[in-house]
Design a binder for this molecule. Structure first.
Ligand code: G6P
Length: 609
């Protein structure tokens, strides 16, 4: 969602804050701002649009003498993304500045209360109410003012506050939105995301919900909102600067697509036991008998992670013979789900911070389920709130449209499936076969990525389309959904994924000579049926781009374009079929001149409901 960075130390703060903001831009990018403390008091600069606009706005002031400040990149919830509504927000005296991620849900009531007490608000934001409330509570100590204000607040927040009345201090707090303290030499940073401070330190302290910290250049003191002292250990982040830079690629998304052979290798490293045909997933924290006691699995997730979950359902039901339900986290939490002690919830999240997914987990926990996570970001909230899980080890994903995290999620699901199946009735030999197929996948993805030019040529023929249909069946139906999501997210072409046979019940009405239809038509049990669906498209002059199994020459004669994927174990095919779909979306978006890494209106990590 929004991004926060703050610095207090000996160096000039503005360049540090601006570089940090650039690294955070993928989290939200409709407006941005900074507040730095100078000898003359707080200097605030804000602008609508991207960080480059803010940099222009600051102009020559970049060199200003200041060793302390906070900054923010916004994804608007309350109030349009104008310069006025951009963060930081300040009190009327211009002495306290605040940046905030999240939503102050009772801001209307608080605003009324503040108005009655002589505090006027100038913006449409919920955040300004909070800074006024801090001012109202101020009685000589910034931390106490923040604490008292937060005690009056309902909602979610990650905040950073500075004040000209308290030079050398940044006060931060979290409830529902991530906040990390970066521990440096004679300097400390605060941020919503570790990638913003990797230039300076990889030693971090994660705040928990309901905690406040007072950070100075050489100390940080954490307390709960009720003022109980907390000692957190400093953790080391293993991500490197290289991983959060483009490394010669035009876009993060392209880099991340090409990283997939490596990220998939990382997802399985040390986890395959060939001899026993069984994966090792110690992070699940479940003994074999506990795994055998599982009677039902609920998968919950949002967006791309939800599509990975749908693939997981096909895998687990077929191989482990366990009933699986997959539900959008935002829906799950507002019904009254039936859960017992033999139900496992599997929460899937790249960022580990998605508010809806967290809320669904919380609901499942209240009802007695064990909650496991498939999470990419180590130390993220979901990773810490689950009873166990599987880390994806995909490294930082910066492109807003998820690619490498998706394939790692599917890979992790294949490992979980194989383990659950081997705990039940899957033979050693069948387990060994799956493990071998899993091990071959990274090389096969590498091979597929070499077909990039062919996909670029196809993209060149269709990038002006207004609509696009994606069809698949069985386990490749969710891959079709994911292919369609990629295209619509980054190219703004209207794209829908459908089960191939379902096309005739509606979407077929849309097909004419201007409609490209991407069909995943692999050599499997439903191949002939899918070929019939292809004919139905062609009869209506639709253009067919087929994703087909290597060696299938028949299909090449029947469709407009064919992209081959190597043969693999049937339930692993989405790991390969999605690669050309990611590349197709990428090239089309580039040809349309879209901002691939930061598509309009989207955010990488959605920490509000
Ligand atoms: C946002 C992102 C998507 C992502 C979804 C779920 O909508 O733009 O790319 O799939 O959130 O995020 P998560 O971090 O929980 O996987």
């Amino acid at each position: 969602m929004c991004g926060i960075i703050g610095y207090v130390g000996q160096k000039k703060s503005l360049p540090i804050l601006l570089t940090g903001l650039k690294r955070l831009e993928y989290r939200g990018y409709d407006s941005a701002g900074i507040a730095v403390l100078t000898e003359g008091g707080l200097m605030v600069a804000k602008s609508s649009g991207k960080i480059d606009r803010l940099i222009q706005e600051i102009g020559d002031n970049q060199d200003i003498d200041s060793t302390q400040g906070i900054a923010h990149t916004r994804w608007a919830t309350h109030g349009e993304p104008t310069q006025l509504n951009a963060h930081p927000h300040t009190d009327a005296q211009g002495e306290i500045a605040l940046v905030h991620n999240g939503i102050i849900e009772n801001y209307r009531t608080l605003r009324e209360f503040l108005r009655r007490n002589g505090y006027d608000t100038r913006t449409d934001t919920d955040t300004e109410t909070l800074v006024q409330l801090i001012r109202y509570n101020y009685d000589g100590c910034l931390t106490e003012a923040v604490r008292n204000a937060l005690n009056q607040v309902d909602g979610t927040y990650g905040i950073a506050v500075i004040s000209s009345l308290h030079p050398g201090q940044i006060v931060v707090a979290r409830m529902g939105s991530p906040l990390v303290i970066g521990h440096g030499e004679g300097e400390n940073l605060v941020a919503s995301d570790v990638s913003a401070m990797l230039d300076h330190t990889n030693r971090v302290v994660y705040l928990e919900d309901g905690e406040i910290a007072t950070v100075t250049a050489d100390s940080y003191e954490v307390t709960t909102i009720q003022n109980v002292k907390i000692n957190h250990k400093v953790e080391e982040v293993t991500w490197t600067l290289d991983e959060i830079e483009k490394g010669g690629y035009d876009h993060f998304m392209l880099k991340e697509i090409h990283e997939q052979p490596t990220t998939l290798r990382n997802a399985i490293r040390g986890r395959l036991n060939h001899e026993e045909g069984i994966p090792r997933l110690n992070g699940l924290n479940l003994q074999y008998d506990e795994l055998r006691n599982i009677k039902r699995i609920l998968i919950t997730a949002c967006g791309t992670s939800f599509h990975a979950g749908l693939i997981g359902r096909y895998m687990i039901e077929e191989l482990a013979r366990l009933p699986v339900e997959v539900e959008y986290a935002s829906e799950f939490r507002y019904r009254s789900p039936i859960i017992d002690e033999n139900t496992i919830m599997l929460a899937i999240s790249q960022s580990g911070e998605t508010a809806d997914t967290r809320a669904a987990m919380c609901e499942a926990k209240h009802r007695g389920a064990t909650v496991l996570g498939l999470v990419n970001v180590v130390g993220s909230t979901i990773a810490r709130e689950t009873d166990g899980g599987v880390y994806l080890h995909a490294g930082p994903e910066i492109g807003v449209a998820s690619t490498k995290a998706f394939t790692s999620q599917v890979m992790a699901l294949s490992l979980v499936t194989c383990l659950l199946a081997r705990m039940r009735h899957l033979s050693v030999q069948a387990g060994q076969e799956i493990i071998q197929a899993i091990e071959n996948i990274p090389d096969q993805v590498e091979q597929l990525l070499q077909a990039g030019d062919q996909i670029k040529e196809i993209a060149a023929q269709y990038y002006r389309s207004n609509n696009c249909l994606y069809l698949g069946r069985g386990i490749n139906y969710p891959a079709a959904l994911e292919g369609a999501l990629k295209l619509k997210e980054i190219s703004y072409i209207h794209a829908e994924g459908y089960p191939a046979a379902e096309m005739k019940h509606g979407p077929i009405a849309l097909i004419d000579e201007n409609m490209p239809v991407v069909v995943i038509a692999l050599k499997d049990a439903v191949y002939n049926k899918v070929m019939s669906n292809i004919s139905e498209v062609q009869t209506r002059r639709g253009k067919v781009i087929a994703i087909a199994t290597e060696g299938d020459t028949e299909i090449a004669e029947r469709v407009n374009h064919v992209i081959y994927i190597p043969q693999t174990y049937r339930l692993l095919t989405p790991l390969l079929s999605i690669i050309p779909l990611q590349l197709l979306a990428y090239h089309i978006a580039v040809m349309r001149g879209c901002n691939v890494d930061q598509p309009r209106n989207l955010a990488k990590s959605v920490t509000v409901e």
